[in-house]
Write a protein that binds this ligand. Structure first.
Ligand code: NDP
Ligand SMILES: O=C(O)C1=N[C@H](C(=O)O)C[C@H](O)C1
Length: 267
């Protein structure tokens, strides 16, 4: 069996380390490279040193060195980093799994353009649970489109830099699309002071940041006399890493194209 040669960007980050551990434990994958930002104290150290079992792969800051042996790059970094990595990967036929969140419209357009040159999975949440929850939300939203106020509440650890989470935004898009609204027109991201009554067509977002919360998402459909909540709670980053590995397996026979986790999971 040939092994998937996978490089990891953001190798010393929370997700980077979880991904390295997951690749190291997989029978069908091998760690083929590791990247981090120039100046990071991790540069030059073994990518799996934190596991107590070296991988004989040094963390590099130069893309040519970090990606020399890779067929796939799994990237959970920051939008500016991902876009730089993606340009290199598209030029060198390296397939990319993008978990980074917080892209603006121009960033998303750059990802779509790169998918004409290489194969990409791009999803704000790689877990099976969240992606199945998206399906539940589609069904619920169709039935609660009138008479129920829709609010999305998310909670994450104190280090998260973007808000609302990519997953919350995706949930908003999925819900809006399934009831014929455009999230850009109906999203309410903050409320303060005298806001007036709630617009019934709006989709509200609330963000909580604190401690070590891995990632919680709840969609509330609030009606008169009843309310329905659909929640997903992550207690470990393992599910994101396992999903990313499934995404790499899915891309193995693809040359180009932009895919999401619904496609990977066949949902
Ligand atoms: N799709 C999904 O399933 C999930 C997505 N995420 C997303 O993944 C991203 C990373 O999350 P997390 O691991 O918690 O974050 P961390 O901050 O722990 O890790 C980010 C890593 O990327 C590096 N980095 C920062 N800026 C750049 C850059 N410009 N170029 C290259 N590398 C850079 C950091 O280096 P340094 O520390 O030296 O700055 C660090 O190694 C976030 O966008 C998050 O929302 C997270 C979990 C699941
Ligand atoms: O930053 C995180 O931690 C997470 N980010 C993703 C997001 O923004 O949706 C996915 C998950 O919720 C964890």
């Amino acid at each position: 069996m040939s092994q998937l040669k996978i490089a990891i960007a953001g190798a010393s980050g929370r997700m980077g380390r979880m991904l390295i551990e997951t690749v190291q434990n997989a029978d069908d994958a091998v760690l083929a490279g590791a990247l981090d930002v120039p100046g990071s104290p991790s540069i030059g150290t073994d990518a799996a040193a934190f596991l107590g079992k070296p991988a004989n792969v040094a963390i590099e800051s130069e893309l040519a060195a970090g990606l020399a042996n890779a067929e796939f790059l799994i990237d959970f970094t920051r939008p500016e980093g991902t876009l730089k990595h993606l340009e290199y990967c598209a030029a060198h036929g390296i397939k990319v799994i993008i978990g980074t969140t917080g892209f603006d419209d121009a960033g998303k357009a750059a990802i779509a353009a790169a998918a004409e040159k290489t194969a990409i999975v791009f999803a704000p949440n790689m877990s099976v649970g969240v992606n199945v929850t998206m399906k539940l939300l589609q069904m619920a939203a169709k039935n609660f489109s009138h008479g129920y106020d829709i609010e999305i509440i998310e909670a994450h650890h104190r280090h998260k830099v973007d808000a609302p989470s990519g997953t919350a935004l995706k949930m908003g898009e999925v819900i809006a699309e399934s009831i014929g609204r455009d999230l850009k027109d109906v999203a309410v991201y903050a409320r303060e002071g005298v806001t007036g009554e709630r617009d019934p067509s709006s989709i509200g977002f609330a963000t909580i940041r604190g401690g070590d919360i891995v990632g919680d998402h709840t969609v509330l459909f609030a009606g008169i006399g009843e309310r329905i909540e659909i929640s997903h709670k992550s207690s470990s980053r393992m599910s994101y890493a396992q999903g990313s590995l499934r995404a790499a397996r899915f891309l193995a026979d693809k040359k180009t194209g932009l895919y999401d986790m619904q496609a990977v999971l066949g949902l």
